[in-house]
Structures are given as C-alpha cells and as structure tokens.
Ligand binder design. Structure first.
Ligand code: SF4
Length: 134
C-alpha cells in the first residue's frame, strides 16, 4: 500500500505542478471512487440566510466530511498543494469541493495567506525603508 511518505513535498526542492497533477491523478483515492460526487457535497452558503451559528455548524460538518474522505489518501499533501497552486489566482467563488482534505473556505484562507506572504516578500525594500523612517 502507498504511504503519504512515499511522495514528500520538500520545501527546498518543490515538485512541479505537472508532477503533482500526475501523482494525484495516478494515486488519488477519489479518482476511481464509485461516487466521485461525494467530494462535492452541498456547500453551506454564507449569504443564504443562515445564522452565524448554523453556518458554523454546517461548515464544521463539511470539514469533517472532507477530513474523512481524504484521510487515507496517499497523495493528500500533494493534492492540497496542487489545489492551492491551481486556485491561487481564482476568485473565492471558484473554490469548490473537497481537495486535499480541505473545504473550499479552508483552501481560500490558505491561498490568501500565500498571497499575503508573496506580497510581503515582493516589497522588502519598501519595508526596510519604512523601518528606517520610523
Ligand atoms: S486528497 Fe482527497 S481530493 Fe485529493 S486526491 Fe486524495 S481523495 Fe482526492
């Protein structure tokens, strides 16, 4: 049986997006699942009139489903990394379904963090200039 450790995602030598896609397509648990629609459960709509408590409860249930469906997938880490790369430039409304054991809003938050870190890394001169003035 395949193991998560069979396909590491080393920070120092990250796999290409093509490599990730090939791994996920070849080994993902959902690829040959009898019910692939299970990875696309109905998403709770934050603007659908739900109370904050009800939305939180439904999101928690969705996240539980996501964790369970992908729990034994041997390429979960690679699938999540692939999803974050593919969704990096997308608007929030285009995030759908479960990928890498995460719900769309979880991945969206991760993408936002990546974008924020990328913006910070892209302006080191401006940041150091601001420190010099302060
Ligand atoms: S982590 Fe989940 S969504 Fe990704 S390939 Fe595996 S089963 Fe499919």
């Amino acid at each position: 049986m395949l193991s998560m450790l069979s396909f590491p995602c080393p920070e120092s030598n990250p796999p290409t997006t093509t490599d990730l896609s090939s791994l996920v397509t070849a080994h993902g648990t959902c690829v040959d699942a009898p019910d692939p629609d299970a990875w696309f459960p109905h998403e709770p709509n934050p603007t659908g009139g739900l109370s904050p408590e009800s939305l939180a409860t439904r999101r928690a249930a969705y996240e539980d489903v996501a964790r369970e469906l992908c729990a034994d997938c041997p390429v979960r880490a690679q699938c999540l990394e692939l999803a974050l790369r593919e969704e990096y430039d997308l608007p929030r409304t285009w995030f759908h379904g479960i990928r890498g054991g995460k719900a769309p809003w979880q991945r969206c938050a991760m993408v936002y963090n990546r974008r924020r870190r990328a913006r910070q890394a892209a302006r080191p001169a401006a940041a150091s200039g601001a420190e010099a003035v302060a």
